[in-house]
Design a protein around this ligand. Structure first.
Ligand code: KIV
Length: 273
């Protein structure tokens, strides 16, 4: 039996073809209500492991598991039709061996039906990118500021500020391109470096604290909606205060329950009119 839908999901090769043609617009989503709202506007939805911090209030992204990410990704895929859905592979789920990386990525893809995966790591991880791509798993690389490396980087610090660091990040991006990655996320890197990498690569770069000249941009949705509950990073911009709206609505609900204004008999079952 085949299933027909009017809307066709944007594929990884289509995203690659955006380079030099149009910007890739992306945000994170971890659950159905947000993903449903984002879908019509975006080219790519990233089920980011930032859900560890944003959704679970953990201090960093290190403790979320591949199984948790796969469940979040499945919810996002189920309620979207258009955007290409990429799932973040969490810390410890792909660094051990090529086989471990394939097993966990394949599990995440099979569980969720997502279109590809993202991994954080420099040139040392390029053989893993090659191994996965050769076995049918589209890989989005993530270089520069890599939150999963917070302990070795000594904090969430912008990268590429010295020539040595900039050369290393360029080399990281090139290594993933040569290994078959379909794109590279450039997080928290010097603007000139992000622009230079974008010019050098034949695959799209997606900036988050990168450069306006990156081939696309990604942000954490809660940051742009005023739902982060904290100061947002310099590279983000708040486009709405949904947090204030929610607080106002919940305040009204609480007031109505306490005053007896809600529920009314209209909200009850078996009431004879
Ligand atoms: O986990 C995440 O949200 C990310 C960013 C690139 C947005 O990796």
């Amino acid at each position: 039996m085949s299933v027909h839908t009017d809307v066709k999901r944007i594929s990884v090769p289509q995203l690659m073809a955006y380079k030099g043609q149009k910007k890739i617009v992306s945000l994170t989503a971890y659950n159905a209500p947000i993903a449903r709202l984002l879908d019509e506007h975006l080219d790519m939805i990233l089920v980011g492991d930032s859900t560890a911090m944003v959704g679970y209030a953990l201090p960093n992204t290190l403790t979320i598991t591949a199984e948790q990410m796969a469940f979040h990704a499945a919810a996002v895929v189920r309620c979207t039709q258009r955007a290409c859905v990429i799932v973040d592979m969490p810390f410890g789920s792909y660094q051990e061996s090529l086989e471990q990386a394939f097993r966990n990525c394949a599990m995440a893809m099979a569980t969720s039906g997502c279109d590809g995966i993202k991994m954080e790591g420099g040139a040392a991880l390029a053989p893993t990118t090659r191994f996965l791509v050769e076995r049918g798993i589209p890989v989005l690389a993530h270089v520069g500021l890599m939150p999963q490396y917070v302990n070795t980087m000594g904090g969430f610090k912008a990268q590429g500020m010295t020539q040595e660091s900039a050369d290393r990040i360029l080399n990281d991006a090139l290594a993933h391109e040569q290994a078959g990655a379909f794109g590279v996320v450039l997080e928290g890197v010097a603007e000139g470096l992000a622009r230079h990498i974008t010019e050098k690569l034949s695959i799209p770069t997606i900036g988050i604290g990168g450069s306006p000249d990156c081939d696309g941009q990604v942000l954490v949705t809660e940051d742009i909606l005023g739902l982060s509950g904290a100061r947002i990073p310099k590279f983000a911009k708040q486009f709405a205060d949904v947090g204030a709206l929610i607080s106002q609505a919940v305040g009204q609900y609480a007031g109505d329950v306490r005053s007896g204004a809600f529920p009314t008999l209209d909200n009850c079952f078996g009431v004879k009119k």
